[in-house]
Structure formats: C-alpha cells, structure tokens
Ligand binder design. Structure first.
Ligand code: MRU
Length: 353
C-alpha cells in the first residue's frame, strides 16, 4: 500500500532538515524540498507545497523540533522563542486544525519540561514529532479499515480534493479505504472531482489512484450531480480539515455542494478523519475560520493566459462547511460515528466540555 516513494513529509538521515514532496509540482515532477528555516516552513504551508490537514500537522511537529535546534538561552527565553515560531507557523493557514493541534502539543511538552536542560527538551521535541508522524500512519490505517467495512466490491465512489497519502503521511483518510480494498483485491470505480481552483483532485488524487492501479475517472466539479443521477455513485468519501462539536465539517471548497447532491440522490456521504481533526472548541461550523486565498488562483494560475476582466471581483474561499445533517457517518480512527454526532463525538472525546 505504500506506493509513493516517500512519505510526503519526513526527516533526513541526520535529523537536521525536513524533506517534503513539493505538491505544487505534481503530477508533472516529483520534487523534494529540504527545509530547516522558519520562513521556508511557513512558505511551504502557505503555498501548499505541504498540504492536507494531517500532513500539515505532522510537518508542524517536525518544524518545531528542527527550529528548536538553533534556539538557546534560559528556559523562558527558549519557550518564548518557540512560542513565537509556533504562532508564526500557525498563521500560515487557519482552517485545518491539525496545524494548531500539533504546534500546541509541542508547546505543551516544552511547558512541562521547565526543570530540564535545553538539550533534553530538544530531544523530547524530536521524539514527539516522530511520535506524531508514527501515530498518523496508525490512525490512517484504522480509518481505512473502518471505512472499508462500509464499501462493497464494485462500488462507484466519488471523492473531492485529495485525502490520500499525500494529504496525510501515508495511506490517507478519504482515499484510505479505496487503497486498502484495492490492495486486498477489491475493485472500485473512483470518480475524482478535479477540485477547482487548485486542482488537488486531477493533480493529486488521480496521481495517487493511478499509481495504486485503481480504476478512475476524473470529472469537473460541476459534473458530480450528473454522475450521481446516472447511478454511477454508491458512496461519497471525503477528508476533513476541522470537525466541530456538533458534527459540522470544514473541508475543501465544493464539499458542501457534493453533500447536498448526495442527500438529494440518496447516496451515503462519508467524512473520514482522525481524532486530531475534531475541535470541540468549535460548537458548530459557524465557529470555523475559513481561509480566503488570492484571486489569481481563480483567474490565471492554471491558465496559459490571464482570463481576468479588469475591475471584476473574485471570491476565493478555500474551504466550506458541510452541515452535519448532510453527513451519513464520520469515520474516525476510533470508530464510525453516526448521528446524533454531538453525542457520538462526546463519547469518543470523553465529554471534554
Ligand atoms: O487546501 P488543501 O489541499 O490543504 O485542502 C485539503 C483538504 O481539504 C483535504 O480534504 C483535508 O485536508 C483532509 S486530508 C486527509
């Protein structure tokens, strides 16, 4: 099932740099970047060289571990500088909760080591980063198993954006059950929305599915309704960037439209994500901050010439929120959550609030 040459995020042998697959260059070229400076890390997140909620979380864990190597001074000086780095990285993208989740996890670790030497804190941060990475692999496997239990041989599946191995650190969430089932000899036909404006579907999902030998068809985003009406889709599988306490889910822009279509046509709509994507500090989707990106992503980025008409406005929200009433089940590493989601989420989170 590990069909990519490398996890999209990993350490180099000396543990001095983070090696990432530059997802901006795919599928044309497989380019690796070597990063060790805060500005490079920020830029990698901001410009989507590293992308996908779980993958950003793993990357953030490593960023803190690598940046800590060049910070010295008293415990307070060390902690303050690391907090500054964490705040800077967190500001790169607001919607995927895994970014702040991993940064907070590292900052809590620092706070708990006030009595330790800086060298020991640095070592602990590195171990924690590796743990976050290894955990992610296990979480994805578990999500894939639960997800697969809902699928049948021969199913037609629609997916949106990319929630595969590139968006996690291995296997994926939304694509995980498809890849796991394929490895076990099951056959699916996957329809991949191209996912405007950044084309994660046609560039990344279709690349991953092709490498795994999955039968796939890429469609434009506005074709989902037709393929559903034609009876080609048995289930929709998508990833998620943040799950609110009531089960509302933020994911790539266009997800909500697909969910509404699925409801209309009576097709199960499954959201797949790890526990780290659940944010009970958000009571509902209204509390989730939606990232807005530049207009050039719509008007010119993937075109040979700029189509923009002077003076015309563009609105480019990178995510939308799917209301919990449209979701059939949320598939986590801890099991399959069914409505009412508020109760189901409380149960797996141990009723935090
Ligand atoms: O802007 P992106 O490409 O980072 O958005 C990615 C998504 O919306 C994914 O569906 C989500 O992060 C889940 S990835 C397992």
């Amino acid at each position: 099932m590990q069909y990519l040459e490398s996890d999209p995020v990993r350490l180099d042998e000396d543990r001095e740099n983070i090696i990432v697959i530059d997802q901006r260059a795919l599928p044309e070229k497989l380019v690796f970047l070597k990063l060790n400076k805060a500005e490079e890390m920020y830029d990698a997140i901001k410009t989507l060289a590293v992308r996908g909620a779980p993958c950003i979380g793993v990357f953030a864990g490593y960023c803190i571990a690598i940046l800590a190597k060049s910070v010295s001074g008293s415990f307070n000086e060390f902690r303050n500088k690391m907090a500054e780095y964490a705040g800077y990285l967190e500001s790169a993208r607001p919607t995927a909760v895994n970014l702040s989740w991993a940064l907070n996890r590292q900052m809590k670790l620092i706070a708990s080591m006030e009595k330790d030497k800086t060298d020991s804190i640095r070592e602990a941060l590195m171990e924690e980063a590796v743990r976050i990475h290894e955990e992610d692999i296990g979480l994805c496997l578990s999500i894939s198993e639960y997800g697969l239990s809902l699928l049948h041989d021969g199913d037609g599946i629609l997916t949106h954006c990319n929630a595969g191995a590139l968006a996690t650190t291995r296997y994926g969430t939304g694509l995980g059950p498809i890849l796991l089932g394929t490895k076990r000899g099951m056959r699916f036909h996957v329809y991949s929305d191209e996912t405007r404006p950044l084309l994660q579907g046609i560039r990344l999902s279709s690349y991953e599915l092709a490498m795994a030998g999955v039968d796939e068809t890429v469609i434009c985003d506005n074709m989902a309704g037709l393929v559903m009406k034609q009876g080609r889709i048995d289930a929709v599988l998508v990833g998620c960037d943040r799950i609110a306490a009531n089960g509302d889910v933020a994911n790539k822009i266009g997800t909500c439209t697909v969910a509404i279509l699925a409801k209309y046509y009576g097709i199960p709509f499954y959201v797949l994500g790890p526990y780290s994507t659940i944010d009970t500090d958000c009571a509902s989707g209204d509390d989730i901050k939606i990232e807005e990106r530049g207009s050039e992503e719509i008007s010119s980025l993937w075109y040979e010439r700029d189509f923009s008409v002077k003076g015309v406005k563009y609105y480019n929200p990178a995510f939308d929120v799917t209301d919990h009433s449209l979701i059939t089940a949320i598939i986590t590493d801890k099991g399959i959550l069914r409505p009412p989601f508020e109760k189901a989420i409380k149960e797996i989170r141990g009723a935090k609030k």
